[in-house]
Design a protein around this ligand. Structure first.
Ligand SMILES: [Cu+2]
Length: 579
């Protein structure tokens, strides 16, 4: 599979003219032809599965020791150098709580998206979606991740603030049969270098998913995705004062929304040469097709994620009641806001309260965004709702329900001011040679496309002039603030608030501001239509102190192995991956 796509890409990168051997949108000889879904099932019969937190596991050898460093037998890819308390980036105030350690194994497992249909998936610890990662500010975490699949992987904690080694850079792989220690310090950026932590930047709802170069879409479509809840003292206070439900209780529910396509034998349909974006005809919530969720007559918090590879969604409730939106992407909003409909692109999250207090006994979470091509959605049609989850409401009203309502203050927002901007950059997102380019270039994992100065703010303009194609653009490392958005899905909760994924509509334009703090790179930014991303709609940025060059200068072996986690001997032996 990956070789097919890589051969195509290698040819595309060198071709001066459009490639003759694949027509865009044509099913490749590799893939089976998709005939739709031949199985019968009754929707809304199985109860919604709730992802459970990853249990703690002691690690031996201990992270960061010589026996767990780059090239070692136990942890071949080592751990981020920032893990060491003596690393200049690692400050004593990072470690408020003791280290939490986990193991995560990527392996094949049989999963029932549809009752009675047994589908071989790629999983984290045997689960689709993967286990919940439960994180707290100031509690460092090491997730010892082993790849027991036959394809290289890379794990991205989406919406977090961590070192390059553990960010899931597309070529900082976990090679098949190998292990990497992903170190998450779980800190937030500082107000100023060496200053206090800026708790306006604390994330709440993150997710993690595969990010392997060329194979992200394939790996995510096969199941490699999971949720992450993060709390800090501010949000824990909102929970202990009964404004929000307890993050660890039954009323705070991660909800991963995806589509899926299965072949007649129950296997996953995936065409690696579909460059438009993969759409499925099954609607999946927390890993199963159209579940029901039995709820009490009270307020629930839902962490809604569009975890599809190419499907946009506009969500509403079937009885017309609005959502109370708490957060956009990783971050809580300054105030909770009522919203009748919420549009999500791939990778975007909406953190919401659904109040079942006065709801009918049955209602549905619906998607009213119509989409027939991976290129982008056709538009909203309120007369053709697609039912995603059925809620069955039971019981009597509680006397102690959470108090959050429209206008409740949640998390302060500090805008990035004009006067802080030290550089401006522009990026054009286009089609070329049957694949995808930014400013005319196919992605090279070994080229620094932007080297922002560490601790400075920049303003970037993203433009999409290729009509008909939509590109949700995800920036790694930090939140960005959208100051201008041109497009029909424009929402107030995106403007001058924090986001990590900005929808770039056809003929759309987004102007955003971002700071680059704490960690030097390399990090990536890219389209989160996974098929566009795999077809090279991606770039690297590498924040550096003033005057310091990027570690990316054309060849993988220029990147210090402590940063990439890849021993140089492997780089030279694998021209397929590290040319
Ligand atoms: Cu795209």
């Amino acid at each position: 599979m990956n070789l097919n796509r890589r051969n195509f890409l290698n040819a595309a990168a060198t071709a001066a003219v459009a490639l003759p051997f694949i027509k865009i949108g044509q099913t490749s000889a590799y893939a089976k032809e998709f005939h739709g879904f031949p199985f019968q099932f009754t929707p809304f019969t199985r109860e919604l599965p709730i992802p459970q937190p990853l249990g703690g596991t002691p690690l031996s050898p201990a992270p960061g020791t010589p026996a767990a460093s780059v090239g070692s037998e136990a942890v071949f890819h080592g751990i981020a150098p920032e893990f060491s308390p003596s690393h200049p980036t690692h400050r004593p105030d990072w470690d408020v709580h003791t280290l939490k350690t986990h193991t995560l194994e990527m392996r094949k497992a049989v999963h029932e998206y549809v009752p009675g249909v047994y589908t071989e998936c790629f999983t984290y610890n045997g689960l689709v979606p993967g286990p919940l990662i439960r994180a707290r500010f100031g509690q460092p975490m090491v997730v010892r991740t082993t790849n027991n699949l036959d394809v290289e992987t890379s794990v991205h904690l989406h919406g977090g603030h961590g070192p390059a080694h553990s960010d899931g850079h597309p070529v900082f792989y976990v090679m098949p049969g190998m292990t990497r220690d992903y170190y998450y310090p779980h800190i937030v950026p500082r107000v100023s270098p060496g200053g206090a932590f800026d708790f306006s930047e604390s994330p709440s709802t993150m997710w993690y998913h595969d990010h392997g170069n060329d194979v992200t879409g394939h790996n995510v479509a096969h199941g490699l995705a999971g949720m992450c809840k993060f709390t800090d003292p501010l949000e824990e206070n909102l929970m202990s004062t009964n404004v929000l439900p307890d993050a660890d209780g039954p009323y705070d529910v991660p909800l991963v929304l995806q589509d899926q396509a299965l072949n007649a034998d129950g296997s996953i349909f995936y065409d690696p040469l579909d460059h438009d974006g993969r759409l499925g005809n099954l609607f999946i919530a927390n890993g199963i097709v159209q579940p029901k969720f039995t709820v009490e007559r009270r307020k629930y918090r839902f962490r809604l994620l569009d975890g599809a590879t190419a499907r946009f969604m506009t969500l509403r409730l079937s009885n017309g009641q609005p959502f109370l939106q708490l957060g956009n992407d990783s971050w809580l909003l300054p105030n909770a806001v009522w919203r009748p409909e919420i549009t999500l692109s791939m990778a975007k999250r909406a953190d919401v309260i659904i109040d079942f207090t006065n709801a009918p006994d049955e209602l549905y979470l619906e998607n009213i965004m119509q989409q027939t091509s991976g290129r982008g959605p056709d538009g909203i049609d309120r007369t053709k709702p697609i039912r995603l989850v059925k809620f069955v409401v039971t019981g009597t009203r509680p006397t102690n329900d959470v108090t959050v309502t429209g206008g409740t203050p949640l998390r302060p927002n500090i805008p990035i001011r004009d006067s802080e901007i030290t550089a401006r950059r522009s990026f054009r997102f286009e089609r070329s040679n049957g694949a995808w380019v930014i400013n005319g270039d196919f992605y090279s994992p070994f080229r620094a496309d932007a080297v922002p100065q560490l601790n400075q703010a920049e303003e970037w303009t993203l433009e999409n002039k290729s009509g008909g194609w939509m590109h949700p653009i995800h920036m790694h490392l930090e939140a960005h603030q959208i100051v201008q958005y041109t497009g029909k899905f424009r929402a107030d909760v995106w403007l001058n608030r924090k986001s990590d994924t900005a929808i770039l509509e056809d003929n759309g334009k987004v102007r955003l501001r971002m700071k680059f703090r704490t960690f030097s790179g390399p990090f990536s930014f890219h389209c989160h239509n996974n098929e566009h991303e795999d077809m090279r709609m991606m770039k690297n940025f590498d924040p550096r102190p003033a005057g310091q060059p990027s570690v990316l200068n054309g060849r993988f072996w220029n990147v210090p192995q402590e940063i990439s986690g890849i021993p140089l001997s492997v780089v030279r032996r694998n021209p397929e991956l590290f040319h």
